[in-house]
Design a protein around this ligand. Structure first.
Ligand code: SAH
Length: 480
């Protein structure tokens, strides 16, 4: 390791930035944020720096660099675009035993400024010792994604109660267990749920109680999105990377599952056993058993857990058994498939509302009247509809939807094998049969579905009408 990593406490210490441009401004701002007393020296200052000087946030030397500027400084940053001048600043600093950083010049720098991920009081610093600062930034971005923002409050809490923790757990091994519990258990989980007072109470209770803390499990109902791994949320990714057990559904893609922690136990609960899905009660029992054994369980569901996903039932079950449960939304099929088929679900000229429906279950659409089914200015996004297309189309036409209403089926939405099949209420059932549409597929019905014929941008578009009838003209609003 060529560089010795160190975090410096600069509060109240005088430091110098040489330069008056935007780089100098950035350096001065970071030093000020760390509490240093910043002086900036240059012949001219860019407008923000000039304002900071006027308002007294930083002091200034006006003019060409003079070695006397270094008097009494702890650090100096040379941030001009004049290489010989930067070298001179570094040389003068060395003579006076002052640490110097020359922006973008590792050879001249006595200290380097790392790329940081700030979850204060936790700070992660990344340096490549000047080898490739741009790569350090990429690595910082990776860390930015995996480090939960609730880590800041967690560390602050640990800091606030550090003395009690040390008093209570004098033994290092016991203390390490305690910190593990803090990170893995209910305290961090409560902070992620934006319940800081409760988190603190749980911590205090644990410090009061005798004996060691027992590992408590948790369950997160996590939306995996429609399949494309890039459509996973950051929070879903973080929980997957911490999970001990992942209970996943049939709709969850391999690519998404591959993002789980390497040694997490992944259990398929969407499997069809002898034609039947693993019973919901079995899933309930598995979640509970793993959580009670102190594991972090991710219940991973396609799309969003609360949209046709039985998330509500699972949450109620867990809560009734006293198991902590958080919910991470996912991009639901209607939103994802529409986007990947170029269909705006609402449009000022064509659709003012959206209805998410399922065709599954006994008489699913029976209870819906004309207001939902017949409204030509409402887009219908129908889940689990492929097997009932004839019935659905007939029902909609019976509810006064025009047989010429544009429709689109999006099969395997967002996955490499995505197909969009465009038609009308009248033609779609036959089209679906001809092209052997399979589940998972989402059905979009309404004027906006016609956009797919012109704007579908991902995967394959099947548009038989393209060779014959021109697409029904959509009104394009004139933009003033
Ligand atoms: N909770 C899920 C829906 C589960 S119901 C969500 O929010 O998306 C299962 C139905 O969702 C499927 O039958 C299909 O209609 C739809 N679906 C889910 N993923 C899909 C995909 N990638 N492409 C097309 N339809 C999908």
């Amino acid at each position: 390791m060529r560089l010795y990593p160190l975090f410096a406490d600069l509060s109240g210490l005088p430091v110098l930035v040489v330069g008056g441009g935007s780089v100098a401004k950035r350096k001065a701002a970071a030093l000020r944020d760390a509490g240093a007393e910043v002086t900036i020296g240059a012949p001219r200052f860019e407008p923000d720096l000039a304002a900071w000087i006027r308002e007294g946030h930083v002091r200034a030397f006006h003019g060409e660099f003079e070695p006397a500027w270094l008097e009494g400084m702890w650090l100096v940053v040379a941030a001009t675009d004049d290489h010989p001048l930067n070298a001179r600043v570094a040389g003068c600093a060395k003579e006076r035993r002052i640490f110097a950083n020359v922006v973008d010049d590792a050879a001249l720098s006595r200290f380097h400024v790392p790329a940081v991920v700030d979850r204060s009081p936790l700070v992660v610093a990344v340096s490549t010792a000047g080898a490739a600062p741009a790569l350090a930034r990429r690595i910082r971005e990776v860390l930015e994604r995996v480090l939960d923002h609730a880590l800041g409050p967690l560390l602050a809490l640990a800091q606030r109660h550090r003395r009690r923790i040390v008093r209570r757990h004098g033994d290092t091994a016991a203390r390490r267990d305690f910190y593990d519990w803090l990170y893995d258990g209910p305290v961090f989980s409560l902070l992620r749920q934006a319940k800081p007072a409760q988190a603190e109470q749980v911590l205090l209770d644990a410090l009061e109680c005798n004996g060691s803390v027992h590992k408590e499990g948790s369950v997160a109902l996590v939306g995996a999105g429609p399949g494309h791994p890039g459509l996973l949320t950051l929070q879903a990714l973080r929980l997957l990377q911490q999970a001990d057990v992942v209970l996943y559904d049939q709709l969850v893609s391999h690519e998404v599952l591959a993002m789980a922690r390497r040694d997490a136990e992944c259990i398929d609960v969407g499997k069809r056993c002898g034609g039947r899905h693993v019973a919901q009660e079995h899933t309930h029992r598995l979640m509970l058993a793993h959580a009670r054994e102190g594991r972090r369980v991710v219940r991973l569901k396609g799309g969003d857990p609360f949209v046709f996903g039985r998330g509500g039932e699972e949450m109620a079950f867990l809560r009734s058994h006293g198991v902590a449960c958080e919910v991470v939304p996912g991009i639901t099929a209607a939103v994802a498939c529409a986007a990947f088929a170029g269909i705006p679900l609402t449009h000022r000229d064509h659709a003012q509302s959206i209805c998410l429906l399922t065709a599954h279950g006994k008489d699913a659409t029976d209870t819906l009247g004309d207001q939902v089914l017949g409204n030509p200015r409402q887009t219908l996004a129908i889940y689990m509809g492929v097997e009932k297309l004839d019935e659905l189309a007939a029902r909609l036409i019976a509810h006064a939807r025009d047989a010429e209403t544009p429709c689109a089926i999006i099969e395997n939405g967002t996955l490499p094998q995505q197909r969009v099949i465009a038609g009308t209420l009248a033609t779609l059932p036959a089209l679906a049969r001809r092209h052997a549409v399979k589940t998972p597929a989402l059905l979009v019905i309404g004027e906006v579905a016609a956009f797919a014929r012109e704007h579908a941008w991902f995967g394959e578009l099947v548009d038989e009408a393209a060779t014959g009838v021109p697409p029904r003209r959509l009104v394009q609003r004139e933009v003033a």
